[in-house]
Design a binder for this molecule. Structure first.
Ligand SMILES: [Zn+2]
Length: 273
């Protein structure tokens, strides 16, 4: 399975100019590292992410735009590989990772994780050199109306997922070599985190390792910090999703990359984690 997916990636770079441009753009990415003692937080300047970072996510805006994950609206060059007859694995043309995929449901149906953890675990097993990630509908998903996972190559994350960032980013780790144990423990945690009718705000990371599955849950307090909504010099355009929660904060504007401080980072995570 993974070989097929990697072949799709290579083929798309040859046949789809937008994807080729997106991955070439990764060469221009700049990164700063902030030392927090036991761990580090990286800030990545990635102008290609502006579309996603600045996306309007209110129900009206979502309804008004053609859904970019529906097969009928995808670019003709964009090919896919089927997974379980339920999902299409697609190359993400606006990458953060060196190899970045979107795994979209074949149906236009809402982003909700209930009943899908088993699929997430199977995807992780089928793609052992990747981490499968999930952004909740109110926690960073850029298409809350169309169910999707993402996948990014493991080496991009540089162990950031595994390192505990005590006092800054909260997370819970579920691991087992038994699929059913991971599913059950996740369901229990889901119920503990749930405070209203809606899905608890969260980002998920899943990796299949030789010893079994590791599912990391990042519970969220809000999607965007207040800095996002400020004006002028005070504004910092960050819109944290799963990747940001590992400690790789993505900014799409150069001015934000230049001015962001350690205090800003602490304040941002205090609001969203
Ligand atoms: Zn759709």
């Amino acid at each position: 399975m993974q070989d097929k997916i990697l072949s799709l990636f290579e083929e798309q770079l040859q046949t789809w100019p937008l994807a080729a441009k997106g991955y070439r753009g990764l060469n221009d990415i700049r990164t700063k590292t902030f030392d927090f003692g036991a761990y580090a937080i990286k800030v990545q300047f990635n102008p290609a992410r502006a579309v996603s970072t600045l996306a309007k996510l209110d129900a009206k805006s979502i309804e008004a735009r053609p859904c970019f994950l529906c097969a009928a609206n995808r670019p003709v060059e964009q090919k896919y590989i089927e997974f379980k007859g339920v999902y299409d694995i697609l190359v993400n043309p606006f990458p953060i990772c060196d190899k970045h995929f979107t795994i979209a449901s074949k149906k236009h149906e809402p982003q909700t994780i209930k009943g899908r953890i088993n699929d997430m675990l199977e995807l992780a097993q089928a793609m052992p050199d990747f981490i499968i990630l999930y952004n909740g509908p109110r926690a960073g998903a850029s298409a809350p109306d169309h169910f999707h996972f993402q996948a990014g190559n493991v080496d991009f994350f540089d162990n950031q997922v595994d390192i505990f960032k005590k006092g800054l980013i909260e997370k819970q780790v579920i691991s087992s070599h038994l699929k059913s144990v991971v599913v059950d423990e996740f369901d229990t945690l889901y119920n503990q985190l749930q405070t209203d009718e809606q899905e608890p705000m969260m980002n998920l990371f899943c990796q299949y390792k030789p010893e079994g599955w590791v599912l990391t849950v990042y519970p969220r307090k809000q999607h965007r910090p207040m800095q996002f909504f400020l004006q002028g010099k005070e504004q910092i355009m960050v819109s944290p999703g799963a990747i940001d929660m590992t400690g790789i904060l993505i900014v799409a504007r150069e001015e934000d990359f230049e001015k962001i401080t350690k205090e800003d980072i602490q304040d941002i995570f205090r609001q969203v984690s």
